[in-house]
Design a protein around this ligand. Structure first.
Ligand code: NAP
Length: 286
C-alpha cells in the first residue's frame, strides 16, 4: 500500500490567508478594514494562548483588532454591556467571546446577545438555525475548516458515506450538517453508539471529534478513506495528540490530517474569513 497523503492544514491555511490578504487590500481602497473584537474573561491559560493567536492573525492580515481582557470575577451584566457596545461599534465586524466563560456567567446569555451579523464563531441560535435550514449564515469555524480540507483533497463529497464521531454543538453536529449539505450520506456516532468500529469502517469520509487521545485506530478505518482528526488532547508528556492514532491509521487510510498542523490552523483562518465576510456584508458588499 502506498503511503497516505497528509492533508496539511498549515499549508491550506497559508493559501487561504493569501486570498484574504488580497481582499483586505482591495477593501482598503474603499476605506473598509475588517475588525475583530475578542472578549476574554478570566485566566484560563489555554484561552490566553488562543486569543494571542487570533490577535496575531489579525495583525498579519491587516485587520483591525481589539482584545478585551476582563477579570474572572466580572459579572454577566458587565460582559453583556461590553457585547452591546461592540454590537453598536462600526469599526467591529466580528465579535468572539472566548469560551469557556467562568461558571457564574451563562454562556448562552452571552452568545444570544451577540449581533447575528457579527457572530463570527457561528454559535448564535439564528446562525445555527440557518445552518440547519440550509440558508446562508456565518458558519462555525472548525466545521467550516473541516469541509474546506475535505474539498481540497479533490475527492468529491457528493454521494459518499461520511461518518462523524462526536455530536457536540460546536463540532460534530455542524460538521454532519455541512457534509449533508455537500450531499454526503451522513451517519453520526457518539458515546452510546454500539459497534462503532464496524460503522466507522464503512465510511468513505471519517471525521473524528471526541476528545479521546489516539482512540481511533486502523480497525475503524476503511482502506483509502479520508480521515479528519479534530481532536486536540494534551498528553501528560505535554505533547499534543489527536483522537486518531495517526501512525496506525495512515497505513490504511487515504488523505489524513495530522495533529498538530491539521484542523487546528484552519480554525483561526476560517475565523478570519468569517470576519472578512461579515465586514463586506455590513458594508453592503457581497
Ligand atoms: P465535546 O463537547 O466533549 O463532545 C465530545 C463528543 O464525543 C460527544 O458527542 C461525545 O458523545 C462523543 N464521545 C466521547 N467519547 C466517546 C467515545 N468513547 N466514543 C464515541 N463518542 C464519544 O467535545 P468537542 O468540543 O466536540 O471537541 C472534541 C475534540 O475536538 C476535543 O479534543 C477538542 O479539543 C477538539 N477541538 C478542536 C478544535 C480545533 O480547532 N482543532 C476545535 C474544537 C474542538 P456524547 O454526546 O454521547 O457524550
Amino acid at each position: 500500500m502506498t503511503a497516505a497523503t497528509i492533508i496539511s492544514g498549515k499549508q491550506i491555511s497559508e493559501e487561504i490567508r493569501k486570498g484574504i490578504a488580497l481582499e483586505v487590500e482591495q477593501l482598503s481602497k474603499q476605506n473598509i478594514r475588517p475588525g475583530l473584537a475578542v472578549v476574554l474573561v478570566g485566566d484560563d491559560p489555554a484561552s490566553h494562548v488562543y486569543v494571542r493567536n487570533k490577535e496575531k492573525a489579525c495583525q498579519d492580515l491587516g485587520f483591525y483588532s481589539e482584545v478585551h481582557r476582563l477579570a474572572a470575577e466580572s459579572s454577566e451584566d458587565e460582559v453583556l454591556a461590553l457585547v452591546d457596545k461592540l454590537n453598536a461599534q462600526a469599526s467591529i465586524h466580528g465579535i468572539l467571546v472566548q469560551l469557556p466563560l467562568p461558571k457564574h456567567i451563562r454562556e448562552k446569555a452571552i452568545i444570544d446577545a451577540i449581533a447575528v451579523e457579527k457572530d463570527v464563531d457561528g454559535f448564535h441560535p439564528v446562525n445555527v438555525g440557518n445552518l440547519v435550514i440550509g440558508d446562508d449564515s456565518l458558519l462555525p469555524c472548525t466545521p467550516a475548516g473541516v469541509i474546506e480540507m475535505i474539498k481540497r483533497t479533490g475527492i468529491q463529497i457528493a454521494g459518499k458515506h461520511a461518518v462523524v464521531i462526536g455530536r457536540s454543538n460546536i463540532v460534530g453536529k455542524p460538521v454532519a450538517l455541512l457534509l449533508q449539505r455537500e450531499n454526503a450520506t451522513v451517519t453520526m456516532c457518539h458515546s452510546k453508539t454500539h459497534n462503532m468500529a464496524e460503522i466507522a469502517s464503512q465510511a468513505d469520509i471519517l471525521v473524528v471529534a471526541i476528545g479521546r487521545a489516539n482512540m481511533i485506530d486502523a480497525s475503524y478505518v476503511k482502506p483509502g478513506a479520508i480521515v479528519i482528526d479534530v481532536g486536540m488532547n494534551r498528553l501528560e508528556s505535554g505533547k499534543l495528540a489527536g483522537d486518531v492514532d495517526f501512525e496506525s491509521v495512515k497505513e490504511v487510510s487515504g488523505p489524513i490530517t495530522p495533529v498538530p498542523g491539521g484542523v487546528g490552523p484552519m480554525t483561526i483562518t476560517m475565523l478570519m474569513q468569517n470576519t472578512l465576510l461579515a465586514a463586506k456584508r455590513l458594508n453592503g458588499l457581497n
